[in-house]
Design a protein around this ligand. Structure first.
Ligand code: FEO
Ligand code: CA
Ligand code: CA
Ligand code: CA
Length: 626
């Protein structure tokens, strides 16, 4: 319904106008006042639960009265009938291959059998983004005990990355992980994958072990995700640069230097290059070009080979959301989560015929990648990234279309896209087709030598982030209008900062998950927000209520529901991540003291914090959020 009164830009956003934009928009529109009032009046109450307070360093998951949250699937839990988790983290690399990875992120539910909308049997597929090096091994990683860092530790760390797929079933009202399962599988940083689309086989993707540039090992830093309408899973490679090292003293040509700098390549948080030379850029300069993509695989086929879809561009992909145009062509939206990076949309060349099946994956290989440019008047355009157009030419350093896609950031710089405050998740409203994007923060905006605030990024030193909403006439439109939906830290109701995960369920509830950094959480200006959390918003009224708070030091990221919306799974990532705040209070986490900050979810005396999927149900068996 919002399309009828898509608002004009509210230039100066006050607390009231942001949260009550619908009424303001109605009044500003051509719609007669009486019908606008009637629409608000007729709007069914979406949120029915009693909001919970912010959590101040509470090491538990909290949900509203009338709801239950149960730990469902922890780091190290077997995906099938494999080995159990050892509480001292002594599981081997081979064990880890058959267990849940670390740092659960986005997840999706695929009903079984395929094509059904079953609410009690399905596949739960999720990303494992990165690692807590204090916790992953018994005696720590390369930073703690370099002398005991081994190839097996590297493999274990690689196997704790990627994706896990488990089969889940509800019987007699209880959800279980099906063990053994013929579907269960792990994708890791070593799983064989193919490269497809315009950049497949390009010289910049060829390596010593893959002279064809079409076959790559693994996926990395799998942040958020997407699900295609034809029933496959899309996993997004975000901060892939943290895995590759380069010798700062090594001379290299200016083009390579410029390209690596644009992607922040050169320093690794891990030590993999010690035993796996493909992570050493000076030895294998193109390996990093094979990461930073959207990767598709068919969860229903345990033998399916994942495919990196290069037509969607290479950047720090947060997630990917889609919607269909009237002519059947599809749009896929994805943000590049880094300060002053961009929001992209890929439009398929061909129409989707509405049927299921992984063969439709080829739709992701042909089409045009666009990047967003926002104007001060509330309008915006999608600018095409096509070699030979808009300055994407040899004079500006581009070789061909593959080069444009491999260096999408540099291409977006040239066409004049709008630099955003760290675009995180994007979600599409199932009824209105409006698109919501979270911009998590950008403390550098307005600093010396950095871009200053603009209409779409309206605060300098943006500590708390915001969410913007845009409306398009069609998924294939190259113009749209937009507005700020909410500014973090400035709501009238429940307070939150740093929106990150976004998901709109089939009733139209916008679920907002937060990622306040562990360097500032529970302290100073961030104290009032407490632990990271999940809130529910009504997109039409702007009402926001706090639904869930996570344990100490965690991020809340990833949420999915069964089709009947009576079961919800939420992921808790990195409980007990080393908190600078706690460190300042004398609490020090280390491999010898792994549970100093959090001991969630097991709370064993000798335990360690474990990322985990939490199952949420309503005591009366009703729809979540009512
Ligand atoms: Fe993995 Fe931008 O969050
Ligand atoms: Ca995120
Ligand atoms: Ca984040
Ligand atoms: Ca995180």
């Amino acid at each position: 319904m919002n399309n009828h009164f898509e608002p004009l830009l509210q230039k100066q956003l006050s607390r009231r106008s942001v949260l009550q934009f619908s009424l303001g928009a109605m009044l500003a529109s051509a719609m007669p006042l009486s019908s606008a009032a009637t629409m608000l009046h007729n709007h069914a109450q979406l949120l029915g639960f009693t909001p919970i307070p912010a959590a101040d360093l509470l090491d538990e998951v909290m949900v509203p009265e009338g709801y239950r949250a149960e730990v469902f699937y922890r780091w190290g839990d077997p995906i099938s009938d494999g080995p159990a988790f050892n509480m001292d983290a002594s599981n081997s690399a081979a064990d880890q291959m058959q267990q849940a990875g670390m740092h659960h992120d986005a997840l999706q539910y695929f009903p079984l059998p395929k094509g059904s909308d079953n609410n009690d049997h399905g596949l739960l597929v999720m990303n494992h983004e990165y690692l807590d090096l204090d916790v992953i091994h018994t005696d720590g990683s390369h930073t703690h005990s370099p002398e005991t860092y081994t190839a097996d530790k590297v493999t274990k760390e690689q196997n704790a990355h990627g994706v896990s797929l488990i089969e889940v079933r509800q019987e007699n009202g209880e959800w279980q992980i099906v063990r053994p399962s013929t579907y269960a599988r792990r994708l890791t940083a070593n799983t064989p994958m193919q490269i497809s689309g315009p950049a497949a086989g390009h010289a910049l993707l060829r390596t010593q072990t893959d002279p064809e540039g079409k076959n790559v090992l693994g996926t990395l830093n799998n942040c958020a995700n997407g699900k295609t309408p034809w029933g496959t899973y899309l996993t997004c490679e975000e901060n892939f640069h943290y895995y590759f090292v380069a010798d700062p003293n090594q001379p290299r040509d200016a083009d390579t230097e410029r390209r690596w700098q644009r992607y922040k390549l050169g320093f690794s948080y891990y030590g993999w290059q010690q035993f796996d030379k493909r992570f050493e850029l000076d030895k294998e300069p193109n390996e990093a070009n094979r990461f930073g993509w959207v990767v598709e695989f068919d969860p229903y086929d345990p033998q399916s080979i994942p495919v990196k879809r290069t037509a969607l561009g290479r950047f720090a992909h947060e997630n990917v959301a889609h919607k269909a145009g009237k002519d059947g062509r599809l749009a896929f939206y994805s943000g590049d989560d880094s300060k002053f990076e961009y929001i992209y949309k890929f439009i398929t060349r061909d129409a989707w015929d509405g049927t299921l099946g992984a063969q439709h994956g080829r739709l992701l290989d042909e089409g045009i990648l666009y990047v967003a440019r926002f104007e001060e008047d509330g309008s915006a355009r999608w600018l095409p990234l096509v070699f030979g157009e808009n300055g994407l030419t040899a004079e500006n350093g581009f070789v061909d279309q593959a080069d444009v896609l491999i260096h999408a950031r540099a291409a977006a710089d040239i066409v004049g896209a709008t630099k955003m405050d760290r675009p995180e998740w994007i979600t599409v409203h199932p009824h209105t087709d409006d698109v919501f994007v979270s911009l998590t923060n950008n403390s550098d905006r307005g600093s010396e030598d950095k871009p200053s605030k603009d209409a779409a990024n309206p605060r300098n030193h943006n500590l708390f982030g915001h969410i913007i909403k845009f409306s398009e006439a069609d998924a294939t439109s190259t113009e749209f209008s937009w507005q700020v939906f909410v500014l973090g830290g400035e709501g009238e109701g429940e307070q939150f900062a740093n929106p990150d995960g976004l998901y709109i369920d089939d009733r139209g509830v916008l679920w907002i998950q937060t990622d306040v950094s562990s360097s500032v959480m529970n302290d100073g200006r961030f104290k009032e927000f407490g632990n990271n959390q999940m809130l529910a918003a009504d997109p039409a009224t702007g009402e926001i209520r706090r639904f869930l708070t996570g344990p100490v030091g965690c991020e809340v990221t990833g949420v999915i529901m069964t089709p009947d919306m009576k079961t919800m799974w939420v992921n808790i990532q990195h409980p007990g991540e080393m908190l600078d705040v706690l460190q300042r209070r004398g609490i020090n986490k280390s491999p010898q003291n792994p549970n100093a900050a959090s001991n969630w979810p097991d709370h064993y005396p000798n335990g360690r914090p474990r990322s985990a999927t939490v199952l949420i149900t309503k005591d009366d068996g009703g729809v979540i959020g009512t």
